[in-house]
Design a protein around this ligand. Structure first.
Ligand SMILES: C[S@@+](CC[C@H](N)C(=O)[O-])C[C@H]1O[C@@H](n2cnc3c(N)ncnc32)[C@H](O)[C@@H]1O
Length: 482
């Protein structure tokens, strides 16, 4: 592979006698990774149903290598059920090493297409809030899809310049991830076009943007909160020097140690900042990942070891909510909600035009921000009826809705459902002569109304049942090509 001369010279300087090992690894194959979405399934349960041979990624509890030359996990129904996300292994590290706890308020500043945001959401669970932002509105659309596919409901998907967010979210977040736009030197083996992009916009160009983003994020972090800064590049100007610029401007920050791994290399110290060695470099010749840089930082004087829990902090700081609730829940919505077994707080229901949302608690007023989604879209009120959304189907667990069509992954109707076809499901309905469901949930399916279509117990989407026929309500934009 032909690398730019200036890049090679820099890497020689950075790596010294390891340079040849680094160059040699360009002849090796890239690594493919699959991360189990623990919001939907435990690693143990996934391993029981996984159809492929996977090898654990040693520093990521829910990460696995797969053979990308022989299998295509994105074309399996479990992918459509949001059970995993496909991600380069070293890119799994930032969200893994940011210690997000359930119920926190978390911001992913540069989130599209959502590789890290989906993992932050899994760690958060169903409460708290994940604000996922990306300056590019077209990329933010892909981000929204990936978050919805992963079953994330307590979310905001924003598309703003981070400086604009400060006045809305000053000292609001417990944890912030900045996976900064960068020159992408760690992507050269995976995507050859990155070499050309590097020649057009290199480290100098990106370092200015990164310094500005990290300073803006610092203002949105609560005292005691943590930032994880990451890039997929090797240049010091985009890595250690971005951290130095933060520490100069905001001396209340300190660098924290993160959980180690034998392949991690320390960051490069400069002058009196010996603590930069606590930051982490991932090189492809030292471990099985393409390359990354990570720095974990804490704001305030409590020190990295302070153990005050998020709940203790929340008791001290409460922010009024902005959902306001509905004055009266429309009958058709109430009827639909009667089929759900999960507890919903009515004060968090919000109606915008005909769309009904379930909002995260304690949000500030978002008027004036460009957003693609606030909260979980439950569905739409149409004339005298309520139509549940694809996002709600993905959010639910099978046992949280009382009318389920559970198909086995072996059932050819799963693929046909994902392509948008109408299905004959009379064998699974309660008035049929063959009453037993093949891979059934053990429950009888009623004959009429909205059904949650599942594969092996994991929701895929909605269908509307009448006389043994399932009218397909899988979101048209998500349908598989024939
Ligand atoms: C490295 S990618 C993020 C990848 C993402 N975190 C993931 O894991 O899927 C960087 C992203 O930053 C966005 N970006 C660029 N400049 C930005 C800015 N000033 N503020 C917010 N996002 C920005 C880009 O559109 C791009 O999607």
């Amino acid at each position: 592979m032909k690398l730019p001369v200036a890049f090679e010279e820099k890497m020689k300087d950075l790596l010294g006698e390891e340079f040849q090992d680094y160059i040699d690894c360009y002849e090796e194959k890239r690594y493919y990774g699959l991360r189990v979405n623990t919001l939907k399934i435990s690693v143990e349960d996934f391993q029981k149903i996984c159809p492929w041979k996977l090898e654990p990624i040693p520093w990521i509890e829910n990460g696995f290598y797969y053979d990308g030359d022989s299998i295509q996990p994105a074309k399996h129904p479990y992918y459509a059920a949001g059970l995993y996300y496909l991600q380069e292994p070293s890119a799994m590290t930032p969200a893994n090493r940011l210690p997000v706890q359930p119920r926190e308020k978390v911001l992913d500043v540069c989130a599209a297409p959502g590789g890290k945001a989906t993992e932050l959401a899994s760690k958060l669970g169903r409460e708290g809030v994940l604000a996922a932002n990306d300056i590019s509105s077209s990329r933010a659309k892909g981000l929204l899809k990936n978050l919805e596919l992963s079953g994330v409901g307590n979310l905001l998907v924003l598309s703003e310049e981070p400086g604009k967010l400060i006045s809305y979210f000053r000292e609001y977040f417990d944890k912030i991830l900045i996976d900064a736009p960068c020159s992408g030197e760690g992507m050269f083996r995976k995507e050859k076009r990155m070499v050309k992009a590097w020649e057009e916009h290199g480290p100098e160009f990106f370092s200015k943007i990164q310094k500005s983003i990290i300073a803006q994020a610092a203002e949105m972090l609560k005292p005691g909160g943590m930032i994880l800064y990451s890039t997929c590049t090797f240049d010091r100007r985009e890595n250690e020097e971005t951290i130095l610029s933060l520490l100069e401007q905001f001396p209340e920050f300190e660098i924290c140690e993160m959980k180690g791994y034998e392949g991690f290399r320390p960051g490069i110290p400069k002058d009196d900042r010996e603590d930069l060695v606590k930051t982490v470099r991932i090189f492809p010749h030292c471990m099985k990942g393409e390359g990354h840089y990570l720095a974990l930082l804490k704001k305030g004087s409590e020190g990295c070891e302070n153990t005050e829990t998020n709940l203790e902090r929340q008791k001290k700081q409460t922010v009024p909510g902005s959902a306001g609730g509905l004055k009266k829940i429309p009958e058709e919505l109430e009827e639909f909600l009667g089929h759900l077994t999960l507890p919903l707080d009515p004060s968090r229901l919000d109606l915008k035009k005909e769309r009904v949302y379930y909002m995260p608690a304690e949000l500030p007023d978002l008027k004036g921000i460009r957003f693609l989604r606030t909260g979980l879209l439950l569905g739409e009120l149409k004339k005298n009826r309520f139509e549940p959304s694809q996002a709600l189907a993905m959010y639910l667990k099978m046992e949280e809705y009382d009318q389920v069509l559970n198909l086995s992954v072996e059932d050819e109707r799963v693929h046909r459902y994902l392509k948008g076809e109408t299905l004959d499901v009379s064998d699974l309905c309660s008035n049929s002569s063959q009453k037993k469901q093949k891979a059934g949930s053990g429950r009888k399916q009623k004959d009429k109304g909205w059904s949650l279509v599942c594969v092996d117990g994991y929701p895929l989407g909605w269908g509307k049942l009448a006389s043994g026929t399932l009218k397909n309500k899988y979101l048209p934009g998500w349908r598989w090509q024939s």
